[in-house]
Design a protein around this ligand. Sequence first.
Ligand SMILES: [Zn+2]
Length: 412
Amino acid sequence: MSEAHSMQLDTLITNASLHNRKGRWCIGINHRQFSYVGQTFTGGANYTIDANGKLLLPGLLEPHAHLDKTYTWQDGDAALPPTTSALRQAIVRMQAVKASRTPESITVALRRALNRAISFGVSGIRSHIDIGEERDLHTVRQLLAVRDEYRDLIKIEYTALGSCDTLQQEKLLRLALSCGVDHVGGAPALSADPRKALAALFALAEQVNKPLDLHIDETENPTSPCLEALAELVVEHQFKQRVMASHCCSLAFTDTFTRSRILTKVKVAGIHLVSLPACNLVLMGRRDLQPKPRGALPVDELLRANIPVSVGTDNVGDFFQPWGDYDPLRSAALCAEVAQIDEPERVFTLASSAVASAFGIDDYGIAVGNRADCSLLDAASLREALSESPLRTHVFFAGKLILQQQLQQQWS
Ligand SMILES: [Zn+2]
């Protein structure tokens, strides 16, 4: 913690509460970094904000979104059916809608989603992009253009959600990666031969030397093989790139012994798991059965076992999840409720530092020398922030104040 009291700051935030320290704090920002964290400050600043006890949080991180599909569910669209094939039916309906979308409608939805995320203090977001047909490459180019447009407001990473099941599909996946998509992705459990599909995606990632970010075992089948097979491949091949596995719903349906065996392998392989409770609650267990199985990752168990895990939002406003918003605190709070985690600090980690580790960000958090991504919330504590979806009154990205918001209420 810096004790330099005579320095000149670009921005000084006074009287801030921090989630992991008691008392009120002065936070200094110079250029793109935090340059001062202390309880008093006697130097100068070009711009000062009195936080008046409000909570200052580091930039929130979203590990798993689908920006290419967002806001495609229209009021009046038919509900998903009460069957175990809801996920496959959502895929079919999304394919049909894709054919009627214009480049303008995709860009409008994308900007709306990013603006929502930024308004919630999100500084980094990773989105999957469907790669299965030629027109998806046009969408890739649009998403890359919008990433460039937003480069001073939010960091965006993309994963190509495709397959190597046919030569044509593999060719498209390679083209997407060569355009600038960052990671190899896919959903091998949906293929006719999941093990073969997984092995082919893994081989591609090895060959192009890109990280893997997979939808894994998004199924109620307790013997779905992909997560265990992925862990074995990573260890066997000494895969050096980062590996992220999302959903892993089958872990919620399998027995304790099997889950323990798989998770031991996951830990050895260093795979980061992502829980996506909102979509799991919407799509899993969708049939007339009581008690209703829900399929959300047992995050409480993973935390106890020290398995790297974070929480993501997944789909928002589309056939996979007609509800939702781009507030990672909302997703973290839902995860807390589903997984019965009661400590705010453990819950917050799932949408912040755990994701930073998975993304490979080593200058994350409110500390001198770290990148100054942060937001001031209209909340006095982390429990309030997680419970009440408070307004982010000031949002900073790379040291710059990019958004201010005010709540106006008029009681009569
Ligand atoms: Zn997803």
